[in-house]
Design a protein around this ligand. Structure first.
Ligand code: FES
Ligand code: FES
Length: 180
């Protein structure tokens, strides 16, 4: 039994202590926002906040996470209102979206440590891999979020809350549901 705190809740995992934290989060806790990309620490899709550090959960065993505080993308904000989430949408930094949770978690920790990062600071801190190549937009999104969090700017574009599959299909004609 491994005890840790996940998204402010005490959790006990009855899994092999050598299980990567990534799989405990995804398979046991159903926190599927944290993604599996490479499984060897290269891509950053699995980044979560562990005691205030951006760590790759595919490389952290449950035993190593014992007693620690883990925060995943699901807890960053429950309604997608975090400035980083809004800025990623506003800047068009979400393409397929697979890398996005890891990018946002890494960025959230960067902004906690450095409220005014330079582009070089962002490049040094966000080493995640994006197969869609949105790196310039990610940099733009993080700068926008930083301005919002410093109270210097506001974002007018927000993700639509509570979109339903039907609404999503209506917005993308190729996916429109066939009606009898
Ligand atoms: S899945 Fe963990 S770094 Fe790629
Ligand atoms: S948006 Fe597709 S992998 Fe980054």
């Amino acid at each position: 039994m491994t005890k840790l705190t996940v998204n402010d809740r005490p959790v006990e995992y009855r899994m092999d202590p050598q299980t990567p934290l990534l799989w405990a989060l995804r398979d046991a806790s159903n926190l599927t926002g944290t993604k599996f990309g490479c499984g060897q620490g290269d891509c950053g899709a699995c980044i979560v906040d562990i005691d205030g550090e951006a760590l790759r959960s595919c490389l952290v065993t449950l035993a190593e996470a014992e007693g620690r505080f883990v925060t995943t993308i699901e807890k960053l904000s429950v309604d997608r209102s975090h400035p980083l989430q809004q800025a990623f949408v506003a800047a068009g930094a979400v393409q397929c979206g697979f890398c996005t949770p890891g990018m946002i978690m890494a960025a959230s920790i960067l902004l906690k440590k450095n409220a005014s990062p330079t582009d070089a600071d962002i490049d040094a801190a966000i080493t995640n891999i994006c197969r869609c190549g949105v790196y310039p937009r990610v940099r733009d999104a993080i700068q926008r979020a930083a301005r919002v969090m410093r109270g210097e700017a506001r974002l007018s574009v927000a993700p639509p809350p509570g979109i339903t599959p039907e609404d999503a299909a209506a917005a993308v004609p190729a996916l429109r549901l066939k009606k009898d």
